[in-house]
Design a protein around this ligand. Structure first.
Ligand SMILES: Nc1ncnc2c1ncn2[C@@H]1O[C@H](COP(=O)(O)OP(=O)(O)OP(=O)(O)O)[C@@H](O)[C@H]1O
Ligand SMILES: [Mg+2]
Length: 259
């Protein structure tokens, strides 16, 4: 048994972060790990990729939108800044209280903070940061964070706890420049284990292109697979709908375990 347990997934919009996160969550859950999958991407979509029934997914309110909870825990109303609020609110009960479980995967949504770009020092971000810190540092389970193209919610205190920071790439310049930027952001806060996963790969040439151009070591690949697009169009989970991708993601897990 390995000690690898905290995985963050980042990359350009639409590159396959949620697809990869959902595959990893299912594979680890199948292996008997306690898995918590966190939708930390404002665009969302992880619940659907995981195949959560709609009525179950609907029960999960993003933590950033829980105004009463934010007020109760930080002492300040969301949307305010400059006033006093606690930077270390109580969060240890949040994972149990505000998540749902499905097929061995606990699911939680962080939600969006309106920041106007540069991040904010506001009660809701203090609560989210404390929550992510708690999940990374004080809980034993397998954690999979589906993030946007950045390192929001992570900080110096938590950097060391991230066992693998995965940047999803596809054969193309735009995802590579995003990867370069994400790598820098990750390094700036001290995250060391940064790896790339090539997605939407059509064959040998694409793999070679990515090996040649990737700013970080490549862990493995997911091939372009119409079953994934179909699953998204039908609104069904990808684990049952795309066995070929599950197979490839299993290889990725093997590569992760071998790190
Ligand atoms: N290997 C693949 N083959 C075919 N389609 C794919 C593949 N990977 C992802 N897709 C499809 O591409 C779309 C975007 O994928 P996904 O939602 O995983 O990306 P994302 O990076 O999470 O996007 P966002 O930035 O919007 O959160 C989805 O419709 C998904 O089914
Ligand atoms: Mg996504």
């Amino acid at each position: 048994m390995t000690s690898l347990s905290k995985i963050a997934v980042s990359g350009k919009g639409g590159v396959g972060k949620t697809t990869l996160s959902a595959l990893l969550a299912h594979i680890y859950a199948e292996r008997g790990r306690d898995v918590t999958a966190i939708d930390a991407d404002p665009v969302g979509g992880l619940a659907q990729a995981l195949g959560l029934p709609e009525e179950l997914a609907a029960r999960v309110t993003p933590v950033a939108q829980m105004e009463d909870l934010i007020y109760e825990r930080t002492g300040a109303k969301p949307g305010t800044s400059g006033g006093f609020f606690t930077m270390n609110p109580r969060v240890d009960d949040i994972p149990e209280r505000f998540s749902v479980s499905h097929r061995g995967i606990r699911f939680l949504r962080l939600g969006t903070i309106e920041t106007g770009g540069t991040g904010c020092i506001c009660p809701e971000s203090a609560l989210l940061k404390a929550l992510v810190t708690h999940l990374l540092l004080y809980r034993d389970e397998m954690l999979i964070l589906d993030m946007e193209a950045g390192v929001e919610h992570l900080g110096r205190a938590t950097a060391q706890a991230v066992d693998a920071f995965l940047v999803v790439l596809e054969p193309g310049r735009r995802s590579l420049s995003t990867a370069e930027r994400v790598k820098k952001l990750a390094q700036d806060i001290g995250i060391t284990h940064v790896y790339a996963v090539g997605n939407n790969v059509r064959g040998q040439r694409d793999q070679e292109f990515l090996v040649d151009k990737s700013p970080v070591p490549i862990l493995g690949y997911l091939s372009r697979n119409p079953e994934l697009t179909d699953a998204d169009m039908r609104g069904v989970g990808i684990y049952d709908a795309a066995p070929q991708s599950v197979q490839e993601a299993t290889q990725l897990v093997a590569a992760l375990e071998a790190l």
